[in-house]
Design a protein around this ligand. Structure first.
Ligand code: PHE
Ligand code: ZN
Length: 878
């Protein structure tokens, strides 16, 4: 059944390139079907490489039309060229120039790697290995060159021509064509190359760096959409200022351009001076974007900009070091967002994402270390583990060495590695040098897959007035390996609030667990305390500790750490849902004694704090998702049982909170005429308003449905409109269909808004969703070639509708398998990513598990799969 196993690239096999390329001159003549690229490469043997090696350039789907060496056409016997490689058998032993002419068809490029067209706009995507689809090259990140790019195009078809670096020349090129020359003075690997040509509108603003360098910031969007680019443009300027203040990093070119395109495999790309974005993360207006969209735009703009230092000025030696730029840059964007918004609220969001995406990855067949040791297809390693867990490692490092040493270490890292292609070791070395600490134990975090479990026992001795905490760490599959270094932020909470008790092992509120077992003792403890463990989620682990709901609810009421207050409510809700999932008898209609205490605690909390911190209150009201519950249960999962249990608890909470929810819903409604603002405080009010609405409907479908219908009709923002529609979507009937229809008609010409509509329908937890999704694949706005449409409809179905994707009859699996097969024919990367939805199949109960194996087996045996899909499939079935 297994497709043949693909060749693996291994970290241990790394060796430096035999050749280097100092400068690259590109001459690109854009044409929809036949773009001609002339690349002039200044090559020389690498003193660190083998001296007699042939020159082996990477290619992918290329046609070579001409090749010369030092100006002379090369004898065909001196080289060999295929679509995927160009080999010069005996290259000169001194520096030489190679001029390569290739031809590519941007219109036929549906993989969205290399040079392609998106809604008529020429653009490129080169990370990880797309540059080799433009010209033959040493396409590896440790080969860094200075690029000069001449772009020529039909002036009418592509009035805007953009490249990396600074514009040095532009003008007419005859016969209705024109050209622009861009020069990037900073050496860079090929994956950071980019060019754009097309008809685009532009918004811009000036910026002066802390070094006094003037820079022009600009955002380019589809004609007519420039009024939706203001927020992104502002976010660029705020990111630049923040990186100067928080990390001392200034921008280093005359221009910083962001271009929004509508067909893009990922979120965005940090090409030097020319970031290319999925337009979903650029375009925003109150009528089309939710608060979550605004926050995502701000974060991703910042992320790509921050790469200018963490990724571009200091790049990666090889793709095994991907977390070096991605984990670090996610950490930096998280810090930025926390400073722009509410730190506590943001942290909860980060952890929710980590648990929803990274924990299951780490627990399933696709688990891998933050620094993988081998890969078949690098594009399959842009994962939650590399990004999100990678960021957690940086965060732990900071809490271990302290903020000041962390900043000094970062400065040193940037200074020592500027212009270099670095490794994780180089990163850690900067902090070791700064602190004098050996970080080799800590470095194990990069090598071990899986989520560690820390089990904790507490012991109060009233007579001695001591409280003892015993810790034990374990990591499945690493039982015989040395322990991890786990910073555990903690404190003790008494009936009246935090207890000031002494423990010498806890410095700055952090205990470092670096042994398999350890214990610490607090003295001067006058009452039985409740420990508040892993405050702020100080390490990406699971904590196991037997504790009562009463203790947890004390943390919700009394702890000073917002994260753990939220966590306390989540833990109680989780226990209630898991227990209801297991219960054989149908759950009682009233809250029951167990849920009643929880509901009362929520009520007390809301009365005291909802009005002062609505964003936080909204999070406290949010229950763990069905996916979270499945991960918690871990095996023999029945998604229907989880769905029912969670719905029951929501109803009980809604009924228990009763009129309180109506008051909150009303209190959080802006008076008419209040101008829209996407800021965190305003967004928090909307979040609480909509959390209340959802619980009202959970308690009483009729009343909630009516309230939602009114809100849907009167909404002044996309956030409120979509939240109302989402509440309605959970209530079968005519009102739902009418609202869905109205929304579809209203936004028929707004693909990004229709994505929300596709997603919402794909999430409906009902039998009919299968046919709904199948029908929507035929909707005029749906396009199987557009990654955003595919992710909205099919990605959401597979990743966010557990009862229907994992239907007992296997229909959900089959729907996805069929779609993935089709998509694999045009865009393997997108297909592979969708296939990761099957990554949790082993967790399901046996009937569904069998369905999954049958579907995946048929999928594999049909053959003809891309390397991307074959890689994911092989590992999923392992
Ligand atoms: N490097 C991009 C980022 O900022 C992600 C990306 C990877 C985009 C590969 C395109 C292709 O995270
Ligand atoms: Zn990134």
């Amino acid at each position: 059944m297994r497709t043949e196993s693909p060749t693996l690239i291994r970290l241990e096999d790394y060796r430096p390139s035999d050749h280097l390329i100092d400068t690259v001159e590109l001459d690109v003549r854009l044409h929809p079907r036949e773009t001609r690229i002339v690349a002039t490469l200044a090559l020389r043997p690498n003193p660190d490489g083998r001296s007699d090696a042939p020159l082996l350039l990477d290619g992918d789907d290329l046609t070579l039309t001409r090749l010369s060496l030092d100006g002379e056409i090369l004898d065909p016997a001196a080289y060999s060229a295929t679509a995927s490689a160009l080999t010069v058998h005996e290259p000169p032993r001194q520096p030489f120039t190679l001029t390569i002419e290739t031809r590519v068809d941007p219109t036929a490029n549906t993989k969205l790697m290399g040079l392609y067209r998106s809604s008529g706009v020429y653009c490129t995507q080169c990370e990880a290995d797309g540059f080799r689809r433009i010209t033959y090259f040493l396409d590896r990140p440790d080969v860094m060159s200075v690029y000069t790019t001449r772009i020529e195009a039909d002036a009418d078809e592509a009035p805007v021509l953009l490249g990396n670096g600074n514009l040095t020349e532009a003008g007419p090129a005859g016969q209705g064509r024109h050209y622009a020359i861009w020069h990037d003075p900073h050496p860079k690997p090929a994956y950071l190359f980019a060019l754009v040509g097309g008809r685009l509108d532009r918004v811009s603003r000036p910026f002066t760096t802390m070094e006094g360098r003037p820079a022009s910031l600009a955002v380019y969007v589809e004609p007519g959409k420039s009024d939706r680019a203001a927020y992104a443009l502002d976010a660029i300027a705020r990111s630049m200022t923040w990186d100067e203040e928080a990390f001392g990093r200034a921008y280093d070119l005359d221009v910083f351009n962001v271009v929004a395109v509508s067909d893009f495999n990922m979120g965005a790309m940090e090409n030097k001076g020319l970031n290319i974005f999925n337009d979903k993360y650029v375009l925003a207006s109150p009528d089309t974007a939710t608060d979550a969209d605004y926050a995502a735009i701000e974060r991703i703009i910042a992320h790509e900009y921050f790469h200018n230092w963490s990724g571009n000025r200091v790049t990666c030696r090889d793709w095994f070091q991907l977390c070096l730029k991605e984990g670090l840059t996610v950490f930096r964007d998280q810090e930025f967002s926390s400073d722009m918004r509410s730190r506590a609220v943001h942290r909860i969001g980060e952890v929710r994402t980590l648990r929803a995406r990274q924990f299951p990855e780490d627990a399933g067949p696709l688990a891998h270390p933050v620094r993988p040791r081998a890969y078949a297809e690098i594009n399959n390693f842009y994962t939650a583990t590399v990004y999100e867990k990678g960021a957690e490692i940086v965060r732990m490092l900071r809490s271990l060495i302290g903020a000041a040493a962390f900043r000094a270490g970062m400065d040193r890292y940037f200074a020592d590695n500027d212009g270099r292609a670095a490794t994780v070791e180089d990163f850690l070395a900067a902090f070791s040098a700064e602190t004098g600490r050996d970080l080799s134990d800590f470095a194990r975090w990069y090598e071990r897959p899986g989520t560690p479990v820390v089990s904790v026992e507490g012991d109060y001795d009233a007579a001695a007035r001591t409280y003892c905490l015993r810790f034990r760490q374990r990591l499945a599959g690493a039982e015989d390996s040395p322990p991890l270094v786990i910073p555990i932020a903690l404190g003790l909470v008494g009936e009246g609030g935090p207890i000031a008790a002494a423990c010498e092992r806890v410095g700055e509120g952090v205990f470092v667990l670096d042994r398999a077992c350890d214990e610490i003792v607090f003295s001067g403890v006058d009452e039985r305390p409740v420990p508040s463990l892993l405050r702020g989620f100080s390490a990406p682990v699971r904590i196991e500790m037997a504790s009562s709901d009463a203790d947890r609810l004390r943390l919700l009421a009394r702890d000073t750490d917002s994260f753990n207050r939220w966590q306390a409510a989540q833990s109680v809700a989780m226990r209630l849902i898991v227990e209801r999932t297991r219960a054989d008898a149908p759950p009682a209609e009233d809250a029951g004694p167990d849920a009643r205490a929880f509901v009362e605690a929520l009520a007390t909390f809301l009365d005291a704090e909802a009005l002062s911190d609505p964003a936080f209150a909204a999070l406290v009201l949010g229950l763990p998702s069905e996916g979270d519950v499945a991960n918690e249960i871990g095996g023999d999962v029945d998604p229907d049982a989880i769905h029912r249990a969670r719905r029951t608890l929501r109803r009980q909470i809604g009924q228990g909170l009763g009129r309180r929810l109506d008051s909150l819903h009303a209190a959080m409604t802006d008076a008419t005429g209040v101008a829209f603002s996407p800021d965190a405080a305003s967004a928090g009010r909307r979040a609480l308003r909509n959390a209340a609405l959802d619980l009202i409907a959970a308690a009483d479908e009729v009343r909630g449905g009516e309230l939602a219908a009114t809100q849907f009709a009167e909404a002044a923002t996309m956030t409120d409109r979509l939240a109302a529609l989402s509440t309605l979507a959970a209530i079968p009937g005519e009102a739902r269909e009418a609202a869905l229809h109205a929304f579809g008609v209203r936004y028929a010409d707004e693909p990004l808004v229709l994505d929300k509509w596709f997603a919402l329908q794909a999430m409906i937890p009902e039998d009919g969703t299968i046919s709904r999704v199948a029908a929507l694949q035929g909707h005029p706005a749906f396009a199987i070639t557009n990654p955003n449409r595919v992710r909205a409809l099919l990605g959401t179905f597979a990743m966010a509708n557990p009862t229907q994707f994992a239907r007992p009859d296997g229909a959900g699996f089959r729907l996805m398998a069929d779609a993935i097969r089709t998509i694999d024919g045009t865009n393997p990367q997108l297909a592979a990513r969708l296939l990761t939805a099957f990554g949790s199949w082993k967790m399901l109960e046996s009937g569904r598990r069998t369905q999954a194996t049958v579907t995946l087996g048929e999928f594999a045996s049909a053959g003809g799969l891309s390397r991307d899909v074959a890689d994911i499939l092989g590992r999923t079935l392992e």
